[in-house]
Design a protein around this ligand. Structure first.
Ligand code: C2O
Ligand code: CU
Ligand code: CU
Length: 497
């Protein structure tokens, strides 16, 4: 991925990014694949900024008017223009008019715009810690297809504190954006059509409930290798897949040193042999290859003991330590990385009990909901500006959902297991153990948290610095689109009701 260059730097950097259809070779044995990319790149160009330096980006929709992936004909999609986009900066503390609200979509040349349309040029203020965010499409009801087509990219915020830590940098610091895809024989992307639940009584099929591709891509390349020097590398890893989670490990058995999470550096590095990543989570890791000249090391995805031997998603990429050391490696893995003030010192104004639940739509087809509410039922979460709240995700669906909240970064408090069978019988929560503290690698700032089934996962956040309309949702894109997403509104204390 290239780093995006501004059109001008007068009064702060100004960028223009065009979403276009193009073809790109994703593997030497594959014919070029039709994709949608920001500036004709998949992943999109990396945006790099300094903390506190505001930038403006004009996101331009130059896409065709027909989607090349199977759009379902649900009520929503039959009413809205087939190709609509809006870009969200995931993890950013962004004023709502630039946040990429799902209903702030627009079509090519703005002939049609969503009900929340506010701005043509988005502004990012970057008043936040150094970290890797990402930008991606967030258009109502079609986020899964726009992302699958290629609309996502990395966004890196730098600051002085991090620069002074002497971490591996320049060509020794590399973003790794992991995604899964499936391909047809002609090289085109394969995305399944809807489950076969259409019938004469039903107006349309529902969307697929999950997507798992059979092929892994890193930075837009199928199962790539990277030629490296025997030294320390810093990898900024992002799981940008629709549904798939990964458990990273190195086949050499050596550890990762995790130094950061979604919201930037941890307090101290955590040595890890396996790292779990749900969709949209980021990990910042250092790997020390200094004693491995001549070796080939595979970044694996541990599929667990019940994996199907034909499943090839157990490999992600390869590191070939075949380049000579070009200069002495004087980067370090600092013992102390940063300071993270605990939000538990704050006064908590509200505790919200939020239920992740399986339900069914008006045609009796399954769907997943938050608090039993569809997207368009009135807003129920209205934190006051500056207040601290605990959001408690109670998952009764049977599997893990990565829960994401816009605007803020939160801290994970704990997870407490309960008896799901008992709950399904009598609707009551019976805890089966005490709350579990988050792992050391989760004790930093996060914007997405794994909320496992049969557990209550609690996070704490301060809702600032903006009022306005935002969303919280499951980051499995197939869930988010139908209908595991809800609005929330940060309000001034006086107009709470
Ligand atoms: Cu990464 Cu609401 O999104
Ligand atoms: Cu987000
Ligand atoms: Cu989900």
């Amino acid at each position: 991925m290239d780093t995006l260059k501004p059109q001008t730097t007068k009064n702060g950097a100004y960028y223009e990014v065009r979403m276009e259809e193009f073809r790109q070779k994703l593997h030497r044995d594959l014919r070029p694949t039709r994709l949608w990319g920001y500036n004709r790149q998949v992943p999109g160009p990396t945006i790099e900024v300094n903390r506190d330096e505001a930038i403006k980006v004009k996101w331009i929709n130059n896409l065709p008017t027909k989607h090349f992936l199977p759009v379902d004909h649900s009520f929503l999609n039959s009413k809205l223009p087939e190709v609509r986009t809006v870009t969200h900066l995931h993890g950013g503390h962004t004023p709502d008019e630039s946040d990429g609200y799902p209903e702030a979509w627009f079509t090519r040349s703005f002939r049609e715009v969503g009900p929340f349309f506010k701005k043509k040029v988005y502004e990012y203020l970057n008043h936040q810690r150094a970290t890797m965010l990402w930008y991606h499409d967030h258009a109502m009801g079609i986020t899964r297809l726009n992302n699958y087509a290629g609309l996502s990219g990395a966004y890196i915020i730098r600051d002085e504190h991090e620069k002074n830590l002497n971490l591996p940098t320049d060509e020794y610091e590399i973003p790794l954006i992991i995604q899964d895809r499936s391909f047809n024989r002609d090289g085109s992307l394969n995305y399944p059509t809807q489950p076969d639940d259409a019938s004469d009584d039903l107006p349309s099929p529902s969307i697929v409930p999950a997507f798992l591709g059979d092929t892994i891509l890193v930075n837009g390349k199928v199962w790539p290798f990277l030629e490296i020097e025997p030294r320390k590398y810093r990898f900024r890893v992002l799981n940008a897949s629709n549904t798939r989670g990964y458990t990273l490990e190195l086949n050499s058995g050596q550890p990762f040193y995790q130094i950061g999470s979604d919201g930037g550096l941890l307090e101290k590095p955590v040595q890890m042999k396996k790292i779990k990543m749900e969709p949209s989570e980021r990990v910042d890791i250092i790997v020390d290859f200094s004693k491995q000249h001549g070796e080939q090391i595979v970044l694996r995805n541990d599929l667990g003991p019940n994996a199907n031997p034909d499943d090839e998603t157990d490999e992600i990429m390869q590191f070939r330590v075949n380049k000579p050391l070009s200069s002495k490696d004087d980067s370090i893995i600092p013992r102390k990385l940063s300071t993270i003030p605990s939000l538990t010192q704050n006064k908590v104004s509200t505790i919200r009990n939020l239920k992740l639940v399986g339900s069914s739509d008006e045609y009796n087809r399954p769907l997943l909901l938050l608090n039993d509410k569809r997207w368009d039922s009135p807003i129920t979460e209205k934190p006051e500006l500056g207040s601290t709240e605990i959001w408690s995700f109670m998952n009764v669906t049977g599997f893990t959902h990565p829960m994401h909240i816009h605007l803020i970064q939160f801290q994970v408090l704990d997870r407490q297991p309960f008896d799901l069978d008992r709950y399904n019988e009598d609707g009551k929560i019976t805890f089966t153990g005490p709350p579990k503290a988050p792992a050391p690698s989760e004790r930093g700032w996060k914007d997405t948290v794994a909320a496992p089934s049969a557990e209550i996962t609690r996070v704490i956040a301060q809702f600032e610095p903006y009022t306005g309309n935002y969303v919280w949702h499951c980051h499995i894109l197939e869930h988010e689109d139908y209908d595991m997403m809800r609005p929330f509104k940060v309000v001034y204390p006086e107009d709470k009701r």
